[in-house]
Design a protein around this ligand. Structure first.
Ligand code: DGY
Length: 321
C-alpha cells in the first residue's frame, strides 16, 4: 500500500474529523491549538503534501513562495478564503479549496442573533442584570426596535445570504438584496433586487452583510454609504470585519444615525475594536458564526472530501484556485 499523504492540520478540529483524517493521512496536528506565527507556519509546511488551515492562518504571496514543491493543496476549513492569496497559489500550482454550504445555516442563525441582540438591546440587558443593576422597570424602560414588518437588506445573496433572508422572512421581514447579478426566483423567493449598493442601502432598515472580503468590498460600509441608510437603521456583520470602516461605524452609532449594530467579525481578530466595544448600542460576538458542533464536523468532513478527491486524482468539489 502506498504511503499515506502527509497532512498538516493547523488548528484543533473535532475528534470525529481528526479520527477520519488520521485514517487516511499521515497527520501532524497543532496539539495546543495556538496560532502559528508566519515562520512557524512555513516551517511546519516543509515536509507535508497538504495543509488543512483555518482562516487564522495567512497564506500571503510570501508564504506561498516559501512552500515546498511537494505541498500541492491548501484545503481550507472555512468558506472565506481572503486569508489566502489565490493568485499566488494559482501561479505556484497550489490547489485551494473551501467549505461552502455546510456553514450557511449556522451563520444565518448568528446573523439573526446579532440582528435581534442589536434591535432588542440584548447585550445591554444581560450586562445590567449580571452587574446587579436591574432595579427599575417601566413601559419606557429598555425600549428597542421591532424587526417584524421591517426591510431586511442582504448585501451578497449567496448561500449564507439566502438562508439569512429565509430566516428574516420568518420574522415577517421584507427582504431586499444586492448581488452582482440577480439570483433565480426560486432562490430569491420574492426578495426585491437592487442593481446598486446605493439602492439596497436606501431600502434597508436592517442591513446584513454576506459578501466575501475582496479588494472591491473592503470598507464598503463607510461614512458615505452609512449616510444612505435610513435613519436609525441596524447593521449586522457576520461576514468579515474589513467590510466595515469601524471608525465610521462608531461615529454613526455614537451620533444615533444608526440605532445599533450586531457584529460577529472585526478588523482585528481576536480582540475587536475598543471604541465599538465601549458603546451600549452594540451586540458583539467573537467570530462564532459557524461554531456549532454539527457545523464544525461538517466543515472538517468537507475539507477532507476535497483532499480525498485531490489525492484520488479527481477535481475537488470546492476548488477556488
Ligand atoms: C468561514 O468559514 O469563513 C468562517 O468565517 C470561519 O472561518
Amino acid at each position: 500500500m502506498p504511503d499515506k499523504p502527509r497532512l498538516l492540520i493547523t488548528r484543533k478540529l473535532t475528534d470525529a474529523v481528526l479520527m477520519r483524517a488520521a485514517r487516511d493521512y499521515d497527520v501532524t496536528v497543532n496539539a495546543d491549538d495556538h496560532v502559528f506565527a508566519t515562520d512557524e507556519l512555513i516551517a511546519k509546511c516543509q515536509d507535508v503534501d497538504a495543509v488543512l488551515p483555518c482562516h487564522s492562518e495567512h497564506f500571503s504571496a510570501d508564504v506561498i513562495s516559501a512552500l515546498p514543491k511537494r505541498l500541492k493543496i491548501i484545503a481550507n476549513h472555512s468558506v472565506g478564503v481572503d486569508h489566502v492569496d489565490l493568485v499566488a497559489a494559482k501561479d505556484a500550482g497550489v490547489v485551494v479549496t473551501n467549505t461552502p454550504d455546510v456553514l450557511s445555516d449556522a451563520t444565518a442563525e448568528i446573523a439573526m442573533l446579532c440582528m435581534l441582540g442589536a434591535a432588542r438591546r440584548g447585550a445591554e440587558g444581560d450586562a445590567m442584570i449580571r452587574a446587579g443593576k436591574w432595579d427599575f422597570w417601566s413601559p419606557a424602560f429598555m425600549v428597542g426596535r421591532q424587526v417584524t414588518g421591517k426591510r431586511f437588506g442582504v448585501l451578497g445573496m449567496g448561500r449564507v445570504g439566502q438562508v439569512a433572508a429565509e430566516r428574516a422572512r420568518g420574522f415577517g421581514m421584507i427582504v431586499h438584496y444586492h448581488n452582482r447579478k440577480p439570483v433565480p426566483e426560486h432562490l430569491a423567493k420574492g426578495a426585491v433586487f437592487h442593481d446598486t449598493v446605493e439602492g439596497l442601502f436606501a431600502n434597508s432598515d436592517v442591513l446584513s452583510l454576506h459578501c466575501p472580503a475582496t479588494p472591491q468590498t473592503t470598507g464598503i460600509i463607510n461614512k458615505d454609504t452609512i449616510a444612505l441608510l435610513p435613519d436609525r437603521a441596524i447593521l449586522v456583520n457576520t461576514a468579515r470585519g474589513n467590510l466595515v470602516d469601524e471608525a465610521a461605524l462608531a461615529d454613526a452609532l455614537e451620533s444615533g444615525k444608526l440605532f445599533a449594530a450586531g457584529l460577529d467579525v472585526f478588523c482585528d481578530e481576536p480582540g475587536g475594536n475598543q471604541r465599538i466595544s465601549a458603546l451600549k448600542n452594540v451586540f458583539l460576538l467573537p467570530h462564532i458564526g459557524s461554531a456549532t458542533e454539527e457545523t464544525r464536523d461538517a466543515m472538517g468532513y468537507r475539507a477532507l472530501d476535497n483532499l480525498d478527491a485531490y489525492f484520488k486524482g479527481r477535481e475537488p468539489g470546492d476548488r477556488v484556485a
